[in-house]
Design a protein around this ligand. Structure first.
Ligand code: B12
Ligand code: SF4
Length: 568
């Protein structure tokens, strides 16, 4: 069958391109469909720059694809916040191709299948891992087979929804067909990405081509705010298979860095060591990163990982208060967090730590405790944000039962607006002030403490950007800690205009030293200079072209503060 796969656009209905991390799940679905002999094409508007609204862009892209490809099935999937995108996409598909069956999948279905199926009304909705059921479903559609035997499928019978029981899960992750990225415009992702993420995540590559892999799915823990879109059983792959896949895609897509997408990569130390040995044996000069759990972090393991190409890790730290960690069922303590941070520093690896505020047990005191911890450890990249209760979590169910989320439908329909649900007994104003204050204090102290004040100097471009397929901004940096000199390049798509390029520099930027992994925050409006060159890559000239002299300083540039936009 001809199957059209639609990838949701992050932050829809905002039309701005979002070259975020590439969604891997839909690439697995594409791989499974191709392996089963189907003809597959993708529709991905995430990187398109346009003056249209996002719904207009989506309609135009879908009508072009549907007219050209004449799909016999349309499949789309995403996460809970993709509700609005999925709702619009289904409506447009119904309009343009009323007889083509629509299949929905991904975390949004797994977390809340009955509600999503009944409200968005696709023809079919698959909960959990979709590689096997989607192939079974297409076979049943083609042959008129029995839908009732397909595990995890929702379908309509006599006008009512039928939800089949979930497919049994095993502890070994099956070796599904390799994900396929060709049909999903991965090259456009490489080209479009400004790699802001790559810089804060991966920290090192002058021109990153960022790829993703998974060595396991789900997680053995049950933190109250977290959901497992791939089922409840923690499933691992053989490391040898993961390494084979890395070598295969290196050859095919020539990426130079990658993220292990596993919820938790570090549950089993021996496995991580095996992976490190394998990465060294591959000799591919690849940088990579992963998420670890605090108790798994030791200095020796981190040194091994760094040696195998991992310059930086992510840790879900969540809170520095034991009361909150217990309430979240995080099964870690502040003491363990402190030990992990010490191990990180001793090993010289980079750290991105996430803190989330707003657990029901949160008080002004616990918030301050966490903020003070962050300020005391401001040598790392930390993110501070409010908790979003998502379906499938105990936090969401509690918020629903306490009427903090008064209407599920409204919850879904307004998610893209960044609504804040206050699950604490702290007044919302006070909560917002404390969190914003902590976030600002963190950035400000970081900047002053670690960069000794920086000034962006931008070499103004000599010619019109339209003449070039691609433009870049280059930060020429000398690390204030170890003295290493490095270029940091941000790529911009062809259509970006000069003002856009320059105004994008007004954001504070995390720059992480490629040698010592320590963090500098480059903030406009201070004194010491970083040279920033805007350069162009010519159509026929693979190297950078020269620049016109003339500097623009950002001494008076406005700074952004941390938004918590809408609150309830
Ligand atoms: C990488 C990642 C991201 C990336 C890319 C997201 C993406 N679309 O893949 C970014 C950084 C953008 C991201 C953002 C967010 N993420 Co995220 N993210 C992940 C992460 C770490 C890996 C995803 C992944 O590739 N998994 C591996 C693949 C193979 O699994 P999969 O995507 O689930 O795909 C399978 C099935 O779901 C299904 N499927 C998927 N797509 C499709 C499509 C079709 C047509 C079909 C039929 C089936 C299907 O089949 C796939 C193969 O079996 C997961 C954790 C994890 N390890 O899963 C969290 C996770 C998916 N994220 C989560 C959340 C909450 C978020 C945010 C809301 C966080 C926030 N508060 O901002 C945002 C939402 C972004 C948005 N869409 O607006 C939750 C999802 C909860 C939910 N109810 O949906 C997860 C599970 C983390 C967690 N444990 O809480 N995320
Ligand atoms: S937060 Fe981390 S440890 Fe907790 S359930 Fe989610 S993935 Fe597992």
């Amino acid at each position: 069958m001809r199957v059209l796969l639609i990838i949701p656009k992050f932050f829809y209905p905002d039309a701005a391109p979002v070259p975020e991390l590439f969604p891997q799940g839909v690439a697995y679905v594409a791989g499974a469909l191709l392996a089963a002999g189907h003809d597959v094409t993708g529709c991905n508007i995430s990187y398109t720059r346009t003056k249209e609204s996002a719904p207009e862009l989506l309609r135009r892209a879908l009508s072009r694809k549907i007219a050209a490809f004449q799909p016999q099935a349309i499949a789309l999937g995403g996460l809970t916040p993709d509700y609005l995108f999925i709702s619009d996409a289904i409506m447009i598909c119904r309009d343009l191709a009323p007889d083509v069956p629509v299949i929905l999948g991904g975390g949004i279905v797994t977390a809340d299948q009955e509600f999503i199926f009944s409200n968005l009304r696709p023809d079919f909705a698959i909960a959990g891992e979709a590689e096997i059921p989607i192939v079974e479903l297409l076979a049943a559609i083609e042959t008129g087979g029995d839908m009732g035997t397909i595990g995890g499928l929702a379908f309509w019978r006599n006008g009512g929804p039928v939800l089949n029981p979930a497919r049994p899960e095993s502890k070994i992750l099956p070796e599904y067909a390799l994900p396929n990225y060709d049909v999903l415009d991965i090259e456009e992702f490489f080209q479009a990405s400004s790699h802001y993420d790559a810089d804060s995540v991966m920290c090192f590559h002058p021109r990153p081509r960022l790829f993703t892999f998974s060595a396991g799915r789900s997680c053995p823990f049950r933190c109250t705010f977290c959901f497992h879109s791939n089922g409840s059983i923690y499933k691992q792959r053989k490391i040898s298979k993961v390494l084979e896949e890395i070598a295969h895609f290196k050859e095919k897509h020539d990426f130079n860095c990658f993220i292990m997408y596993d919820e938790l990569f570090s549950v089993n130390e021996a496995r991580v060591r095996e992976f490190c040995d394998g990465m060294r044996a591959l000799k591919m000069d690849l940088k990579w990163t992963c998420s670890m759990r605090v108790p798994d972090v030791t200095e020796d393991l981190l040194r091994d990982m760094k040696d195998a190409g991992c310059p930086s890790i992510a840790l879900g730290l969540e809170s520095a208060s034991n009361v909150i960690l217990t309430s979240m069922q995080k099964k870690i303590t502040r003491k363990q967090i402190e030990a992990a941070v010490t191990a990180v520093e001793a090993s010289g690896i980079g750290l991105r730590g996430a803190f989330i505020f707003g657990d029901p047990a949160e008080t002004p005191e616990t918030m301050k405790e966490t903020i003070n911890f962050i300020l005391d450890n401001k040598r790392h990249i930390f993110s501070l944000g409010p908790i979003l209760p998502t379906p499938g979590t105990s936090l969401f169910n509690n918020a629903l039962s306490k009427n903090i989320i008064p209407s599920k439908k409204e919850y879904y329909e307004t998610l893209h607006q960044g609504v804040f649900y206050n699950m604490t007994s702290i007044p919302t104003d006070q909560f917002v002030t404390l969190l914003r204050g902590g976030s600002d204090a963190f950035s400000d102290t970081m900047s002053l403490g670690h960069t000794e004040d920086l000034l962006f100097l931008v070499n103004r471009p000599a010619r019109d950007l339209d003449e070039y397929p691609r433009a870049s901004i280059v930060f020429k940096i000398q690390c204030p800690y170890c003295g290493e000199k490095m270029d940091r390049i941000y790529n911009y798509p062809k259509e970006a205009n000069v003002d856009e390029l320059i105004s994008s520099l007004n954001d504070k930027r995390y720059l992480t030293c490629s040698s010592c992994s320590r963090v500098m925050i480059a903030k406009p409006g201070s004194h010491k200079s970083i040279i920033v060159n805007v350069v162009f890559e010519g159509r026929d000239v693979p190297t950078y072209q020269s620049l016109e002299k003339g500097y623009l300083d950002f001494t008076s540039a406005a700074q952004k503060s941390t938004p918590i936009e809408n609150s309830r």
